[in-house]
Design a protein around this ligand. Structure first.
Ligand code: G3D
Ligand code: MG
Length: 177
């Protein structure tokens, strides 16, 4: 039996098709599958991690496929400590919509910690949002960090989730101390 000290509920937020489900699959199973990644329901994935010498359970909640999830909204956000807010670096519209996701997260979970992820960096030829813009957006909007990822190649995927876990752990231990 795994014994762990904390469970951190962390959400995946962002427009459809930015790669939320692919990032979770890459992180949990270490692989990428194209073509049939339908997000069904809201079964969270649990991942056990050692952060420093603390064992934590990262509970990842991927948003259901449809844009509107009114009836599930409260269940989805309830108790969430962090969110990986994701856009697609090849699709500016998904970057322009970040504000909507952030506002929604902060109105449902006022103290949620938000990390920004620009996904699909394997498609650099098609890039439409620069790294600098991403970094500036995260800073200007009080997010805890910014990272560029590729769920397809695997770049920075564990880092994205683990650094959010670390930030949450630090804030909890600061409160307890
Ligand atoms: P979502 O859960 O945010 O809606 P998905 O997004 O994970 O379902 O991914 C949407 C599409 O983008 C999928 O394409 C998926 O394979 C692709 N994708 C996700 N991450 C990456 C990435 O890092 N690089 C590239 N090149 N593609 C990615 P399909 O065609 O399978 O629908
Ligand atoms: Mg999905």
């Amino acid at each position: 039996m795994v014994s762990y000290k904390y469970t951190f509920k962390m959400l995946l937020l962002g427009d459809g098709a930015v790669g939320k489900t692919s990032l979770v699959q890459r992180f949990i199973h270490g692989k990428f599958q194209s073509g049939y990644l339908m997000t069904i329901g809201m079964e969270p994935y649990s991942f056990f991690a050692d952060i420093g010498d603390t064992k934590v359970c990262l509970q990842l909640w991927d948003i259901a496929g449809q844009d509107r999830f009114a009836s599930m909204r409260q269940i989805f956000f309830k108790g969430s400590l962090g969110a990986l807010v994701t856009y697609d670096i090849t699709r500016r519209q998904s970057f322009d919509n970040l504000k909507t996701w952030i506002n929604e997260a902060r109105s449902e979970s006022p103290r949620i910690m938000l990390m920004l992820a620009g996904n699909k960096i394997d498609l650099d030829d098609l890039r439409d949002v620069s790294t600098e813009e991403g970094a500036k957006f995260a800073k200007d909007n009080g997010m805890i960090g910014f990272i560029e990822t590729s769920a397809k190649r695997g770049d920075n995927v564990p880092d994205a989730f683990l650094s959010m876990g670390e930030a949450i752990l630090r804030s909890i231990e600061k409160k307890i101390a």
